[in-house]
Design a protein around this ligand. Structure first.
Ligand SMILES: [Zn+2]
Length: 79
Protein backbone atom coordinates (compact mmCIF):
# COMPACT_ATOMS: atom_id res chain seq x y z
CA UNK A 1 0.00 0.00 0.00
CA UNK A 2 1.67 3.24 -1.09
CA UNK A 3 1.55 5.97 1.51
CA UNK A 4 -0.19 8.99 0.08
CA UNK A 5 1.35 12.21 1.31
CA UNK A 6 0.76 15.11 -1.01
CA UNK A 7 0.17 18.78 -0.37
CA UNK A 8 -2.73 21.06 -1.13
CA UNK A 9 -2.28 22.75 -4.52
CA UNK A 10 -3.55 26.15 -3.37
CA UNK A 11 -0.76 28.75 -3.18
CA UNK A 12 0.30 29.42 0.39
CA UNK A 13 -1.46 26.36 1.76
CA UNK A 14 0.80 23.66 3.09
CA UNK A 15 -1.88 21.36 4.42
CA UNK A 16 -1.94 17.71 3.52
CA UNK A 17 -4.11 16.95 0.53
CA UNK A 18 -7.20 14.86 1.26
CA UNK A 19 -9.29 15.67 -1.80
CA UNK A 20 -8.68 15.23 -5.51
CA UNK A 21 -10.34 17.79 -7.76
CA UNK A 22 -10.86 17.00 -11.43
CA UNK A 23 -12.61 18.72 -14.30
CA UNK A 24 -14.77 16.83 -16.78
CA UNK A 25 -14.88 19.40 -19.55
CA UNK A 26 -17.27 17.45 -21.76
CA UNK A 27 -19.85 17.22 -18.97
CA UNK A 28 -19.04 20.64 -17.46
CA UNK A 29 -18.69 18.92 -14.14
CA UNK A 30 -16.21 19.38 -11.33
CA UNK A 31 -15.57 16.23 -9.34
CA UNK A 32 -14.46 16.10 -5.75
CA UNK A 33 -13.09 12.71 -4.80
CA UNK A 34 -11.20 11.20 -1.95
CA UNK A 35 -7.51 11.71 -2.62
CA UNK A 36 -6.53 9.49 -5.51
CA UNK A 37 -3.57 7.22 -5.07
CA UNK A 38 -2.07 8.29 -8.34
CA UNK A 39 -0.92 11.85 -8.82
CA UNK A 40 -2.49 12.72 -12.15
CA UNK A 41 -1.18 15.93 -13.78
CA UNK A 42 -4.70 16.99 -14.85
CA UNK A 43 -6.03 16.75 -11.31
CA UNK A 44 -5.56 19.04 -8.35
CA UNK A 45 -4.94 17.84 -4.84
CA UNK A 46 -6.59 19.93 -2.15
CA UNK A 47 -6.82 19.91 1.62
CA UNK A 48 -10.17 19.46 3.37
CA UNK A 49 -10.77 23.18 3.79
CA UNK A 50 -10.02 24.11 0.19
CA UNK A 51 -11.93 21.14 -1.11
CA UNK A 52 -14.99 22.28 0.83
CA UNK A 53 -14.57 25.82 -0.48
CA UNK A 54 -14.38 24.76 -4.11
CA UNK A 55 -17.09 26.30 -6.26
CA UNK A 56 -17.69 25.25 -9.85
CA UNK A 57 -17.27 27.76 -12.69
CA UNK A 58 -20.46 29.40 -13.91
CA UNK A 59 -22.59 26.91 -15.81
CA UNK A 60 -20.75 23.97 -14.28
CA UNK A 61 -21.91 21.44 -11.75
CA UNK A 62 -20.01 20.35 -8.67
CA UNK A 63 -20.32 16.72 -7.66
CA UNK A 64 -18.91 15.51 -4.39
CA UNK A 65 -18.09 11.83 -4.56
CA UNK A 66 -16.07 11.76 -1.36
CA UNK A 67 -16.94 8.76 0.76
CA UNK A 68 -19.07 7.33 -2.03
CA UNK A 69 -16.49 5.29 -3.89
CA UNK A 70 -17.86 1.85 -3.20
CA UNK A 71 -16.74 0.69 -6.59
CA UNK A 72 -13.13 1.31 -5.61
CA UNK A 73 -11.28 -0.43 -2.82
CA UNK A 74 -11.33 1.85 0.20
CA UNK A 75 -8.01 2.95 1.59
CA UNK A 76 -7.51 1.34 4.95
CA UNK A 77 -5.09 2.51 7.55
CA UNK A 78 -4.13 0.48 10.56
CA UNK A 79 -4.94 1.93 13.93
ZN1 LIG B 1 -5.45 23.97 1.22
Amino acid sequence: MPFVNRRCARPGCGSSATVTLSYAYAQRTVWLDDLSEEDHPANHDLCDAHGDRTRPPRGWELRDRRGATEWLPRLRYAG
